[in-house]
Ligand binder design. Structure first.
Ligand SMILES: [Zn+2]
Length: 326
């Protein structure tokens, strides 16, 4: 059986997943125990890169209950969640410095281990200036207001340049996104011949008067064409009833589908995205009775899915393997 699995693995098509994802936080606001945060690793490796960190320990607790870390041999000196935080997370990527993407990182910094934080220079400058300044929070970073505690090494990464993710076999490159008045970013991860794209918050090019998504579609198009793109995580914050004036630099299903149609063109035209795994992130919950934005957005994306995409709506604590088996 093992040999058969290995043989299938080397044959390519029937191989195991390339990337493992753990959903630590999936919402785009409101619930402070479930804000944007994902862990990603090359399938089967011991250590993860965190993709944003709106929620850490409370998401790790839920993921532990769901068995997402059953392959770990926990450190006997630590709680299981403490072991994941300190030992399994090799570093952080911060897409932009909005509070709902960094709150978990800040709150849990007091008990974290030393590690790098990767981001665009503009993002890390905000982290340093507005949070790690001894006024908002102690300076856990390695620059800025003295004394710098140097627990976190802030790693400015120039757009489009590949770098190694320390402590993992992943490589990565960052690309800017336009998110209302903030520069957000996408991280493209590479392991062997496999790629995965994680988008921070972004609006549509047309709404944002930007061409940054189109630049990214042209970059990802050739990867998709040769079957190397194993999935993407991208936001869809609001349902379609939210009009353009109230999207605040986010996507709704209509705009996400239009952007993905532009990606389809860049990837070779009709049918070229068939079967691609798209994990939908950052859905904004509602406090109004009788509204369920998650369901609304899922229905709207599925109804408009003429591209043959495989949409995923993960819940906190879920383990996803990409590409998915279907
Ligand atoms: Zn944001």
């Amino acid at each position: 059986m093992v040999l058969a699995a290995l043989l299938l693995g080397t044959a390519g098509r029937a191989s195991a997943a390339d990337f493992d994802l753990v959903a630590l936080g999936v919402d785009g606001g409101l619930q402070n125990g479930n804000l944007s945060a994902w862990l990603v690793r090359a399938d089967g490796e011991p250590r993860y890169l965190a993709l944003d960190a709106g929620t850490l320990l409370s998401g790790i607790d839920v993921a532990l209950q769901h068995g997402a870390f059953d392959d770990r041999k926990p450190d006997p000196a630590l709680t299981p969640a403490g072991d994941v935080l300190r030992n399994a997370i090799a570093g952080y990527f911060v897409s932009h410095a909005h509070l709902d993407h960094v709150a978990g990182l800040l709150v849990d910094a007091t008990d974290d281990s030393p590690k790098p934080i990767y981001g665009l220079a503009s993002t890390l400058a905000v982290l340093s200036r507005d949070y790690f300044n001894w006024d908002a929070w102690p300076n856990f970073a390695d620059r800025g207001t003295t004394p710098a505690l140097k627990q976190y090494t802030l790693r400015d990464e120039p757009p489009g340049q590949w770098f190694a993710v320390d402590g993992t076999s992943l490589r990565a490159a960052l690309y800017p996104l336009t998110h209302d008045r903030v520069t957000s970013s996408m991280i493209l991860l590479q392991h062997g011949g496999a790629y995965l794209a994680y988008f921070g918050d972004t609006g549509a090019d047309t709404v944002q008067h930007s061409d940054r998504l189109q630049t990214i579609w042209k970059l990802l198009g050739p990867l998709q064409k040769r079957g190397a793109l194993k999935g993407m995580l991208i936001e869809c914050s609001y349902p379609d009833r939210v009009d353009d004036a109230h999207l605040y630099g986010h996507l709704n299903p209509a705009w996400l589908l239009r952007e993905l149609q532009r990606f389809e063109q860049a990837a070779g035209g009709a049918g070229s995205l068939r079967g691609l795994d798209v994990v939908v992130t950052h859905i904004k919950p509602s406090l109004r009775r009788a509204t369920d934005p998650r369901r609304e957005i899922a229905d709207q994306l599925r109804a408009g899915n003429t591209l043959g995409l495989h949409f995923h709506f993960a819940q906190q604590g879920d383990l996803l393997k990409l590409p998915s088996a279907e």
